[in-house]
Ligand binder design. Structure first.
Ligand code: MTE
Length: 312
């Protein structure tokens, strides 16, 4: 049974930007307190510019950190920033197990101090037809998977978010219909693609809770829901793993979820996107959505010969 259909508000019903901004100024006091506590936790990362970032202007920090989807903290865009301050992302361990020859247990401290952290400014396209540009700081997933030495039988990678109902109010409510923890998956060759990142930060600082602290996945040619947050476990498998949104509504959300302006969502067009943080006379501007979100040169080969309407 599907309790609700993601996105809960249809794109046409989403709060107009002006109203959303005035609501935010009303809760300014609370937000300022939130910002203080977030700022107290955010730490600068040693990062250096990485590839694939050219020519993109990042969305303002305030939009990146206050317009979020993180159903563990509620279903509205402002909920993750407002309700994630009691979540403790440290200490943290990330496991890489399953079909690997060298199972890995990584202390987040090790990762946060890794010289391999690089900045990647990527487009982010949500399946709800809005987009941002986010300056991530992270480590290519491929390098960590190589350390675990995948077994030749491994063909898929499964990701699992943290299960912590005491700190994540949405995990107690059942309103979303999500079976916790949130899970996602990639084919192994997608996971090994140089674009695929495990992000530890944005804007040169550790991830705010609402953006998936302390570590989350970024797959820029796929819809944003593939970017699973607050990851604790990564497992290599010889079969396709279940994924959260596909479990909830398999007719609407496929395993692949590649950004594709030619394949509409059953309930809305994917041809264009609302640019978060942009302003025109009529509200946020819209722009055409690009095939593979503009990363076709890097990833189109992964899908040669596949019917992208069937494998949506
Ligand atoms: N990861 C977890 N654990 N829980 C979630 O609800 N939402 C997904 C994805 N990762 C989600 C998640 C969705 S629907 C999107 S669009 C992106 O995170 C949003 O990332 P952002 O808030 O950093 O923009």
């Amino acid at each position: 049974m599907v309790l609700f259909r993601y996105p809960r508000p249809l794109p046409s019903e989403i709060t107009p930007k002006e109203m959303y901004l005035s609501r935010r100024s009303l809760i300014g006091g609370a937000a300022a307190f939130g910002a203080l506590t977030t700022a107290a936790r955010a730490a600068a990362l040693q990062t250096h510019p990485g590839p694939y970032s050219g020519g993109l202007t990042p969305t303002p920090h305030d939009d990146v950190t206050h317009y979020n989807n993180f159903y563990e903290f509620g279903m509205d865009k402002g909920d993750p920033a407002a309700h994630s301050q009691d979540f403790h992302p440290l200490p943290w361990t990330l496991e890489i197990t399953g079909l690997v020859r060298k199972p890995v247990r990584l202390d987040i401290d090790q990762l946060l101090h890794s010289p391999a952290i690089e900045e990647r400014i990527y487009r982010m396209r949500c399946v709800e037809a809005w987009s941002m540009v986010i300056p991530w700081d992270g480590i290519p997933l491929a390098s960590l998977l190589k350390d675990a030495d995948p077994d030749p039988r491994a063909t898929y990678v499964a990701f699992e978010s943290v299960l912590r109902p005491s700190e994540m109010p949405g995990q107690n409510e059942g309103l979303s219909g999500i079976q916790w923890p949130y899970v996602e998956g990639l084919r192994l060759d997608e996971a090994m693609n140089p674009l695929t990142l495990l992000a530890l930060g944005i804007y040169g600082e550790t991830l705010p809770n609402q953006n998936g602290a302390p570590i989350r996945l970024v797959v820029p040619w796929k819809y944003g829901f593939k970017g699973i947050k607050s990851i604790q476990r990564i497992r290599l498998l010889d079969h396709e793993p279940p994924t959260t949104w596909n479990r909830l509504a398999s007719d609407e959300y496929g395993f692949y979820a590649n950004v594709n302006p030619q394949v509409d969502h059953p309930r809305w067009s994917q041809a264009t996107e609302r640019v978060i943080g942009s302003h025109s006379l009529f509200g946020a501007t819209r722009q055409p959505t690009l095939m593979f979100n503009g990363y076709g040169e890097q990833v189109a080969d992964l899908y040669r010969g596949m019917d992208l309407r069937k494998n949506f």
